[in-house]
Every structure is written in structure tokens, then in C-alpha cells.
Design a protein around this ligand. Structure first.
Ligand SMILES: NC(=O)c1ccc[n+]([C@@H]2O[C@H](COP(=O)([O-])OP(=O)(O)OC[C@H]3O[C@@H](n4cnc5c(N)ncnc54)[C@H](O)[C@@H]3O)[C@@H](O)[C@H]2O)c1
Length: 250
């Protein structure tokens, strides 16, 4: 099988995290030429970058807080200038909300999830649209969640922000199809990572019981992200692809 991202340049946010680093590493095995690894936590991406450079990939690391729209604009502009274009943006940066019912949440709890997960994704789409529409084809892959497709108690800000990411994906797909930008979302089920550190063990057990194929791992998600990033999905846009071990089955 030929490499699906041969010669392409990709920007990955949240690249220091479990899924972001797995996506970046998988992209390297799929022939990506250059990668921009961005995360609010620069130390985390530095470790990933060293491994990928050792494998011969051209890697830039950037400290990026996705809630800063101007910084996102600058990052995409700079990446396009340095590498000629950006072929794909994977919006992976995300946070969970406190495990609490709505009446116990503060406005700050609500706003934090919305700002990082939803506004951060908006900033990424907008940065690509501003810099690259009508120039060369771009595929944007937004990491939403199955919690944006199904309702979870005790996670209102997270669920609402991820549902927002899915609908934003559809709107952006419509707005930019004619200008060469495809926008899709991946909706993972649960794969235990640092995001679950504060979740009670019994809650994780209960989540596991609702995944017919069991809990996942980052490597279970990377193939879907690669498909949507690559030209294999060239006629797919505005789609929310559940990769969830069967969680969202009725
Ligand atoms: N782990 C799961 O079960 C699961 C399921 C569905 C969806 N997701 C989504 O997958 C994505 C990755 O999750 P993960 O499990 O790898 O988590 P993770 O905590 O390992 O990675 C998240 C990364 O995002 C970065 N980040 C956080 N806020 C940021 C900001 N403001 N700007 C830039 N970077 C920021 C963190 O530093 C971290 O490196 C998230 O969007 C998450 O919502 C995860």
C-alpha cells in the first residue's frame, strides 16, 4: 500500500497529548514530508518532535494556545510560508469539563470547555480559511467526540462543546467546499488518557461497559484521521465519523 500522506505538510494541535502524538507519529509512517506540532505545553511536543526528526521528518514545534485566534492565524501563515502550503490541519487540542451536574457548574467551568474545544477549533478553521482558501486543497480534521453525538450526564460543557464542533464542521464544510477546503470530524469513543485522571474508577468502568468493542487506544483512532486527512477522502466533507467501538449504536 502506498503512503497516504506522501509529500504532505500537516499541522497538529494538541500534538503533545496522547492522541495528538499518536496522530503525528502515524502521519510519519504515512509519508508526511513536514509536520508542525503545536501545543500549549511546549515540553510535551519537544519529546514527540525529537523522535520524528530521528525518523527523517522535517518537524517544527510551536507553543500555541488555541484560544488565541491571532496566534493561530500566525502559526498557519508561517507554516504555509515555510513549507509552501499546509495540506492538513488536525485540531486535537481539547480539555474535559468537571464531572458535575449542571447546577454545580460555574460559568467559568462552562466557558473553559467552550473556549478551548469549540472556539479553539473555530480559530483553526478560520486561520486556514484566511490563509489558504483558493490556493491549494486543504483537509481539516476536527477531533470531536462521541459525546457530541450522544448525551452524557455530568459532562454538559464537554458534550455541548463537542456537539458544537460537529456542527461547526458541517457549516465550515459548506462554506469552503468551492474554495478547496474540506472539513470533517472524528468522534472517538473513550480511550483512557490523562483526560480521565480525575474520573472516578467506577465511572470509567461504566463507560467501558457501554463500548461493545471495549475501550479504545489512540492507535484505534489514527487510521480514521489519516483517511480524512488524505486524498482518499477527497469526496468526503462535513462528515462526523464515529470511531467508538460501537458506543453510539442505538
Ligand atoms: N481520550 C478520550 O477518550 C477522548 C474521547 C473522545 C474525544 N477525545 C478528544 O481527543 C482530543 C485529545 O485528547 P487526549 O485524550 O489525547 O488528551 P490529552 O490530554 O492527552 O491531550 C490533549 C492535548 O491538548 C493540549 N491542550 C489543552 N489545552 C490546550 C490549548 N488551550 N491550546 C493548545 N493545546 C492545548 C494539552 O496540552 C494536551 O497535550 C481532545 O480533543 C479530546 O476531547 C478524547
Amino acid at each position: 500500500m502506498s503512503a497516504r500522506l506522501e509529500g504532505k505538510t500537516a499541522v497538529v494541535t494538541g500534538a503533545g497529548g496522547a492522541l495528538g502524538s499518536a496522530v503525528s507519529t502515524h502521519f510519519a509512517t504515512e509519508g508526511v514530508r513536514s509536520l508542525v506540532l503545536a501545543d500549549v505545553n511546549l515540553d510535551a511536543v519537544t519529546v514527540v518532535a525529537e523522535k520524528l526528526r530521528a525518523a527523517g521528518i522535517e518537524v517544527a514545534t510551536e507553543q500555541l494556545d488555541v484560544t488565541d485566534g491571532d496566534a493561530f492565524d500566525a502559526l498557519i501563515r508561517d507554516a504555509a510560508e515555510r513549507f509552501g502550503t499546509v495540506d492538513t490541519l488536525v485540531n486535537t487540542a481539547g480539555i474535559v469539563s468537571p464531572n458535575a451536574r449542571i447546577h454545580n457548574l460555574s460559568t467559568a467551568d462552562w466557558e473553559r470547555s467552550m473556549t478551548v474545544n469549540l472556539t479553539g477549533t473555530f480559530h483553526g478553521i478560520r486561520a486556514v480559511a484566511r490563509a489558504l482558501r483558493k490556493t491549494s486543497p486543504v483537509s481539516i480534521v476536527n477531533i470531536a467526540s462521541v459525546s457530541g453525538l450522544t448525551a452524557w450526564a455530568y459532562a454538559a460543557p464537554y458534550c455541548a462543546s463537542k456537539a458544537g464542533v460537529i456542527h461547526l464542521t458541517r457549516v465550515a464544510a459548506l462554506e469552503y467546499a468551492e474554495e478547496g477546503i474540506r472539513v470533517n470530524a472524528v468522534c472517538p469513543g473513550t480511550f483512557p488518557t490523562a483526560l480521565h485522571d480525575t474520573l472516578p474508577a467506577e465511572a470509567l468502568k461504566s463507560i467501558e461497559s457501554r463500548h461493545p468493542l471495549g475501550l479504545g487506544a489512540p492507535a484505534d483512532i489514527t487510521g480514521a484521521v489519516t483517511f480524512l486527512a488524505s486524498d482518499e477522502s477527497r469526496w468526503v466533507t462535513g462528515h462526523a465519523l464515529a470511531v467508538d467501538g460501537g458506543y453510539s449504536l442505538p
